[in-house]
Each structure stands twice: as structure tokens, then as C-alpha cells.
Design a protein around this ligand. Structure first.
Ligand SMILES: C[S@@+](CC[C@H](N)C(=O)[O-])C[C@H]1O[C@@H](n2cnc3c(N)ncnc32)[C@H](O)[C@@H]1O
Ligand code: SF4
Length: 380
């Protein structure tokens, strides 16, 4: 990747039904879809002026549930990108799909416009868990959808969440059995984050559902990691494992804090030190874009210090960590050394420097949220 490379993220905030644990921006009012896509096209064109010098390396259609969208709307977005950006060097083009909406005609269309990576959300292979957390698909649909995906794509990510209500050693073992039998090229195994105000959080607070305890989860995380390593997956980011050469290029743009534009509500971007997050209000989004105004809810031109903190924040998620020399080239030796020294003082045993790379130690990986909190406390 170099500084002329750009990733593109497009947020598609529509779902058939909201899952109880999910905090991502999405709506079940599907009548808004056409108007939203109209606005997306305008935003893509509006931003193209400032992206002229970039080569698009990755495109990611995320959600929400992009697979419920009619193919002609996706095609429109693709042609808007094609006509306004340099996508001749495109290497990775991902779409997120949900098991129940995977259909053969859609897959063949995705392939025809150059999509070469699929990310499918399972969360669990146990029907009791899926039902408890409000998923509308069942294990049988996971098998059907995955088998169909395999006919068209060899680069497939599957999302799992560890620690949903009802999780136990058998339910984790069933997920691992699926992975061993079907061998997706990439696994995202997230630890359930119960901190957001979701319907599930209220059920937990009212004692109507229970979560597995933390020691159990720590043990299961080790077990998952060992199991996946034994069947040739490389653990390369806190929540990500990949078969050889199947690491996510798009997500690596985020983790190396490189350039990407985000389109759609709640989408974020980072281009030449400028960081922004779009509004999560669909009405404001449509209004601003139609007035020719960028719909930012947050925007900041980072100085070198903040850019460096963000680079560490993202890069420490990678198991290989961050190359010290690349930090010095990007931020200068004085600033880099000062910030790393401060970080070492704050979280001594949680990070290590080895072979010119700064990374989380085993303890740091186990308590990464603590390290990231401390990183944000550093001043200059
Ligand atoms: C925004 S979702 C979109 C994916 C797709 N719509 C689906 O449901 O499969 C991306 C992924 O975030 C993860 N996720 C969502 N809420 C989460 C939570 N509270 N804790 C951990 N992971 C979560 C899930 O694994 C999900 O597949
Ligand atoms: S997990 Fe996926 S399907 Fe469920 S509400 Fe979130 S975005 Fe929609």
C-alpha cells in the first residue's frame, strides 16, 4: 500500500429485522432505500473531486444488510464509482451478506461487477442462540448459503460472536466444527460487546438473560486461537484469522491508518490526516447532501501527535504490530520516541518491542481494551 492508495467504504443501513445485540446504524423501514441510494450517488460524486489523485484499491459494501438490496441499485453505485474514481487498480471488492438473503442470481451478479470477497454473518451455529438474540436465520440456512457462496467465491469471511447468551463449550465447539469442515478463507471472531444501549443490554440488566462469565470466555478465546492455528489459520489481528494470503486488505487500510473514504450515514473516513464521521441521521444526511454540503457529525484535521496516537491505536490491533521505522518516517524520530516512551511508562508489561516492531504482549492481547484506554490518556 502507498500514499496514493484509497479504500472505499459504503454503508447500507437497512435490515429485515434488528438483532437484539446490534448497535450499528440500520433501519427496518425499507421504503427509504431508493431515496438513500440516490443520495449515496450524489455523495460519491461530491467527494470525487478531492479523490482524483488516488487509486482505489479496495471497496467494501457494509451494513446493515447489503444483500437485501436489489441488484440494480448496487449496479448503479458501482457505475457511479467507475465513472468518477480510478478503479483500474482495484484489488479487493467485498460485500456483506446475511445467510437468509443469499441467492444464486445475486451471487452471479456480484461476481459480474468484480466483487471478489464475501463477508457473511453467522454469529453462532447454534439455533437456540440465534433465536435468543433475534437473528432471523438458522443453522440450516448457514449451510445452504455457505455452500452456494463456495460455488462463486474462494474468498469468504464468516463473522462469529463469542459470549452471546446461551454460549457454552458445546456451542463454541460446533462453530469450530463448521470452520474445520467448510474452511472459510477468513474468520472474524468478535468478543460480544455488551456496553452499548441495545435491547439485549436491557434484557441483561433486567435479569431476563445471562452472559457467560469472563474466565470462561478467556479460556474459550485461547481454545479458539489454538484450534484455528492448528488448522492453518493465521491470527493476524485481535479478532481476525486468515488462511494464507487471505487477510482483509480493506481492513488493513484501517489498521495501518491509511486513506479511505466513507459514504453513507455513520460512515467514517480518513484522508491525508483528515478524519471524519458522517451523521447517523438519515434525514440530515439527505438534506445536507442535497445542499452540496458534507454531512459530517465529526471532523478533525489531525496534527502529527494525534495522527500518531491514532496510528498506534489502530496498529496495535495487529499481531505483528507496527514497524518502528515506518513510524519514524511518517512522524519523525523525536515525536515517535517520546510517545512510545510515554506508552511504555503507562502500560509497561502490556506492550513489547521486538524486531523493530512495537506490539501488544500476551498480557496486552488479553487486556487490549485497557491498553487502548491508556493510549488515549497520553499527552505531548
Ligand atoms: C454491522 S454487522 C453487519 C453484518 C451483517 N448484517 C450480519 O448481521 O451478519 C458486522 C458484524 O459486527 C458484529 N457485531 C455486531 N454487534 C456486535 C456486538 N454487540 N458485539 C460484538 N460483535 C458485534 C457481528 O459479528 C456482525 O456480523
Ligand atoms: S447484526 Fe446485522 S442484521 Fe443484525 S441488526 Fe446488525 S446489521 Fe442488521
Amino acid at each position: 500500500m502507498n500514499c496514493n492508495d484509497l479504500g472505499i467504504y459504503i454503508h447500507i443501513p437497512f435490515c429485515t429485522k434488528r438483532c437484539l445485540y446490534c448497535d450499528y446504524t440500520s433501519f427496518t423501514n425499507l421504503e427509504l432505500i431508493e431515496k438513500y441510494f440516490d443520495t449515496l450517488k450524489k455523495e460519491i460524486i461530491l467527494k470525487s473531486r478531492e479523490s482524483k489523485s488516488f487509486k482505489i484499491k479496495t471497496i467494501y459494501l457494509g451494513g446493515g444488510t447489503p444483500s437485501i438490496i436489489k441488484t440494480d441499485l448496487i449496479e448503479d453505485i458501482f457505475f457511479t464509482l467507475l465513472n468518477n474514481y480510478d478503479i483500474n487498480s482495484l484489488e479487493e471488492f467485498t460485500i456483506e451478506v446475511n445467510p437468509e438473503s443469499v441467492r444464486e442470481d445475486k451471487l452471479s451478479f456480484y461476481k459480474s461487477i468484480g466483487i471478489n470477497r464475501i463477508s457473511i454473518g453467522f454469529q453462532s451455529t447454534t439455533n437456540e442462540i440465534l433465536k435468543k438474540v433475534g437473528r432471523i436465520h438458522r443453522f440450516e440456512e448457514e449451510i445452504r448459503a455457505f455452500s452456494l457462496l463456495k460455488k462463486y467465491f474462494d474468498n469468504i469471511n464468516v463473522d462469529f460472536i463469542l459470549g452471546l447468551p446461551g454460549e457454552n463449550t458445546n456451542t463454541v465447539a460446533k462453530n469450530l466444527e463448521f470452520i474445520q469442515n467448510f474452511q472459510p478463507s477468513h474468520i472474524s471472531y468478535y468478543l460480544f460487546d455488551a456496553s452499548h444501549d441495545t435491547p439485549l443490554k436491557f434484557l441483561l440488566n433486567d435479569g431476563k438473560m445471562y452472559l457467560p462469565d469472563e474466565d470462561f470466555l478467556a479460556g474459550q478465546l485461547d481454545l479458539i486461537d489454538n484450534f484455528l492455528k492448528n488448522i492453518n489459520y493465521k491470527h493476524y489481528e485481535i479478532s481476525s484469522w486468515a488462511l494464507l494470503s487471505k487477510e482483509s486488505m480493506h481492513n488493513k487500510l484501517y489498521w495501518h491508518n491509511l486513506n479511505y473514504q466513507g459514504f453513507g450515514i455513520s460512515a467514517g473516513g480518513h484522508v491525508n490526516n483528515f478524519r471524519y464521521v458522517n451523521t447517523s441521521s438519515i434525514n440530515n444526511y439527505i438534506k445536507y447532501i442535497n445542499e452540496g454540503v458534507f454531512p459530517y457529525e465529526y471532523q478533525n484535521s489531525n496534527d502529527s501527535f494525534h495522527e500518531l496516537i491514532e496510528t498506534l491505536f489502530m496498529g496495535l490491533r495487529l499481531l505483528d504490530g507496527i514497524n518502528y521505522v515506518s513510524l519514524v518516517n511518517r512522524f519523525g524520530k523525536t515525536l515517535t520516541d517520546k510517545v512510545i516512551d510515554n506508552l511504555k511508562k503507562n502500560v509497561e508489561n502490556y506492550i513489547c518491542i521486538k524486531d523493530n516492531h512495537i506490539k501488544l504482549s500476551k498480557k496486552g492481547l488479553d487486556y487490549s481494551r485497557y491498553v487502548f484506554e491508556k493510549l488515549l490518556d497520553i499527552t505531548y
